[in-house]
Design a binder for this molecule. Structure first.
Ligand code: NAD
Length: 316
């Protein structure tokens, strides 16, 4: 087995998301080497040169180059972003067929490389892709997962913070379930400045109308499509999200984030990867938090899982 190249990351797919994943990793000086892989040779080369220019301007010392799947052999991270950007009127699940054609071509070369690091998948539909890669790559689930509802959670915390004028990091709450149209916010686990939601509303009744979590959930579900309608793709937020995950692993932060991980009985679910809170540290996902959800919240999670399992069944 190869040793890890020191903090080496391979980014598969260097379009809008992949290039911003690379940029975010470099900006935070999280890796020493980034290898870019894409079927579009002209584009991947141009992206590499553009990113090298960025490192020169800011005097950042990260080795950045194009490569091939053999580079996965000693990579600490492989970040899967290949695909195409979503249209504003399209659900993420509708992208499955196109993404799946790509996935079939990348699994074997990743395996053949002897990859034994951590694979973070981003391509949509994120949960179905994460489950497929988990099943095909023979990696432990702690080392093969998707970004899931992590970005949705950052969006939600900011939205809630803005509504009630509270610093977003003090909005302790999660988006769970599908990274898509059936995501939900378990309001039984919302804390605002350390105060449980019910108690917060008792203390600040004048803000109760601002804390309509159905409305907040819908706004968060639509947030990606709104960005796509305005500029054609989302890219910065997801780049930052991947960097946050990589940082939590490299720095052994023990940070809880909702990620799309294969469930083996947690929440009564099997055969599905879905967004649930995970403890991230040097070993990847070190623990899955099984929250005590209300009946309605469990039903929402079950609904997401059913949708994802049915979607997965269409590719089998
Ligand atoms: P894009 O079209 O800008 O880039 C996709 C890149 O993948 C292109 O450069 C293309 O050449 C490359 N590609 C296609 N087939 C390939 C293959 N077989 N091997 C290697 N590279 C290949 O699209 P984008 O905006 O960067 O989006 C990429 C993916 O990320 C999409 O599936 C998108 O929906 C998803 N996404 C997910 C999240 C999330 O939160 N999980 C957020 C944003 C985007």
């Amino acid at each position: 087995m190869h040793q890890f190249g020191t903090r080496k990351a391979v980014v598969i797919g260097t379009g809008r998301v992949g290039s911003h994943v690379a940029l975010s990793l470099m900006f935070n000086q999280l890796v020493d080497e980034i290898v870019l892989l894409d079927v579009n040779e002209q584009s991947v080369y141009a992206t590499m040169v553009d990113l090298k220019d960025w490192t020169s301007a800011l005097d950042v010392h990260v080795k950045i180059r194009t490569g091939n799947y053999e580079d996965c052999g000693d990579a600490r991270f492989v970040i899967m972003t290949a695909g195409r950007h979503r249209r504003a009127d399209e659900s993420r699940l509708q992208m499955l067929e196109g993404t799946f054609r790509i996935l079939k071509g990348i699994v074997d070369p990743i395996k053949a490389s002897g990859f034994h690091g951590i694979l973070i998948s981003v391509s949509n539909p994120a949960d179905v892709v994460a489950e497929y890669l988990y099943r095909e790559l023979d990696l432990p689930r702690s080392h093969c997962f998707g970004t899931g509802t992590a970005l949705d959670t950052f969006r939600m915390r900011r939205a809630v913070g803005n509504r009630i004028a509270l610093e977003r990091s003090q909005v302790e709450a999660l988006v769970m379930g599908e990274h898509g149209d059936s995501s939900f916010i378990p309001t039984s686990h919302v804390f605002l400045g350390g105060v449980p939601l019910k108690e917060y509303i008792r203390m600040r009744p004048e803000q109760a109308h601002l804390l309509d979590f159905t409305d907040i959930r819908d706004a968060v579900r639509n947030a990606g499509a709104d960005i796509i309608a305005g500029k054609g793709a989302t890219e910065f937020g997801i780049g930052g999200t991947v960097a946050r995950i990589v940082s939590a692993i490299l720095h052994n932060e023990k940070r809880v984030m909702p990620l799309s991980v294969h469930l083996e009985g947690e929440y009564g679910q099997h055969d599905v990867s879905v967004g649930v809170p995970c403890l991230l540290g040097e070993n990847g996902i070190e623990h899955i938090y099984e929250l005590e959800l209300t009946k309605d919240e469990l039903a929402a999670l079950n609904n997401s899982c059913e949708i994802l399992r049915s979607s997965f069944a269409t590719i089998q």
